[in-house]
Design a protein around this ligand. Structure first.
Ligand SMILES: Cc1cc2nc3c(=O)[nH]c(=O)nc-3n(C[C@H](O)[C@H](O)[C@H](O)COP(=O)(O)O)c2cc1C
Length: 257
């Protein structure tokens, strides 16, 4: 089939998913439309995709599921038998039902997964796990996958959803009780409030967090130029200990096609 445009819809609070999605999109010598799913004020229903457009849908795994905020937003994008590539990143633990959940939700909106990629990215909470990934080795693997996907898309006439890893029903949504707060170093610059995907930080009092709204995505920690936002060090140490036991072996990117 012929592809005239690539639509890259990405939910990437701390940048790892963005990097992976960019590599997957990089092999297409076509117009690329970027949709930032962390931007709360975008009307995602303005995007209505055709069969000659390729959707690259990229999200991180949160507790083995698609972050609910990302899911709510991405399903506003409508397709009509639109070929779709799923990109799921995870912090070297497991991605469990994230890929299948994303594929199912998009299929219901007319975006059909004809390929899927999973890739390890730096763990956004415990950042010494999978630190710096995707790295050069990951990028080379992802580039190879991107070429294979392109080949498949260009040589396929009938769009059929591939079989996706994971289970139905999906595992229950977890409650990540890691809510960042600001310490004395906060200079009220307001960048975190502006960049929070769910408006959990008041713009007039950016040293506060609305814990009910916060999705623990770590965007505020990442964007703070003063390193003022952090999570409870005891909680972090416990999480680090738990994850170190199960994330010790380097996992590589996978391609489903
Ligand atoms: C709330 C939350 C839950 C997470 N759950 C998992 C998980 O279940 N398995 C895993 O391997 N990594 C998990 N991670 C790590 C992220 O999936 C990983 O760091 C991802 O690449 C972050 O994407 P980003 O850099 O685009 O924000 C979690 C991170 C957060 C913030």
């Amino acid at each position: 089939m012929e592809i005239n445009r690539v639509i890259k819809a990405v939910f990437s609070p701390t940048g790892g998913t963005q990097k992976a999605a960019d590599v997957i999109a990089s092999v297409w010598n076509k117009e690329i439309i970027d949709i930032d799913l962390t931007a709360a004020d975008t009307d995602f229903s303005q995007y209505s995709l055709g069969r000659d457009e390729l959707l690259i849908a990229a999200v991180p795994s949160f507790g083995g599921r698609v972050p609910p905020t990302a899911l709510e937003r991405i399903i506003r994008i409508k397709g009509c038998g639109t070929p779709t590539v799923l990109v799921v990143t995870y912090g070297n633990r497991e991605y469990e039902d994230t890929v299948i959940e994303l594929g199912d939700a998009l299929a219901a909106e007319g975006c059909i997964a004809i390929g899927a990629v999973t890739a390890v990215a730096e763990h956004s909470i415990v950042r010494n796990i999978a630190k710096g990934r995707p790295d050069e080795e990951d990028t080379a693997i992802l580039k190879e996958f991107a070429e294979k996907i392109k080949d498949k898309v260009l040589n396929t006439e009938e769009i059929r959803m591939i079989s996706l890893p994971g289970n139905r029903p999906y595992k229950p949504l977890g409650n990540m009780n890691v809510k960042p707060y600001a310490d004395k170093k906060c200079d009220n610059c307001g960048v975190c409030a502006k960049k929070c995907p769910v408006g959990a930080i008041p713009t007039d009092e950016p040293y506060k967090t609305d814990d009910d709204k916060c999705i623990s995505c770590m965007r505020c920690v990442k964007v703070c130029h003063n390193n003022a936002r952090k999570i409870n060090p005891v909680v972090l140490a416990v999480l680090n200990g738990k994850l170190k036991k199960v994330c010790g072996v380097r996992k590589d990117a996978d391609l489903m096609i």
